[in-house]
Design a protein around this ligand. Sequence first.
Ligand code: SF4
Length: 280
Amino acid sequence: MKLSERKINYHYTSECDMNCKFCFRFYNKSNLKQILTTFHELCKKVKSINLVGGEVFLDIDLLLSLIHIARDHNVKLSLVTNGYILSKSLDDERVLRVLKHLSVIGISIDSFNPEYNRMVGRTVNHDVLSIEELKQIINVARKNDCLIKINTVVTKYNASENLMKTISTFNIDQWKQFKVVLYDQEQEEFHASDVAFNSFTKLNQTSYVTTERENELKHTYLNVIPNGDFIMNTGDQTPMSNIYKEVSLIEQELSTSKYDDEGYKSRYKKKSMDDVYIKA
Ligand code: SF4
């Protein structure tokens, strides 16, 4: 594998304004200096980074600092957000500066049913992101030349929902549908069977959909946390390597770890916009 050609998910914060019951985020102690120094190191070694949390818009100034570093290194940047803070800050000129420098914005939308969102904790003080607010985010992101991706986690409880009717009215580029990945027994109630997941994907099929099942999700992402460790998203936080090591050693350690580079490549062979567009 060639590290510089891989897209890295930088999990720099575990802080979030929502509290989803099936959340997957890395809880780690870090400080601003470590977050920025590790990001700087990442930018020296890879060309494409996806910023993930937690919720990245909780600290817009930090987001801007990361964007400046990425720009200085000519690194392509995308991020994933739950959209709540973003929807309330679309007139904040710092937010517009963030959007201006992103290639892709991923928005997590699992349901348009407020009851479902409340049940799973996808709320902020019982408030949910409305369809109207989502539309506004999409419009503003479009105006700033961002490609737009919606990420949907499918559980037992939203597997029969038709989101297509609404999503097809938006101007988006990709819709990723994930089968929920569970990390502990308390989350078991959300388990979606293959039959349920398949019926969701059938009900919500469009030309810009990509789907990911558990086995495709667990070992095919490269995740880095603020201390520089490469961590698998399987719940096991044993580091596979560390970004501060020599590139050749990182590549060697990753290739002998549980990370599945063939799986990574086949995910990207699916319809993906990630390599289509680089903002100047
Ligand atoms: S919005 Fe995302 S990061 Fe926040 S709690 Fe929900 S799944 Fe976790």
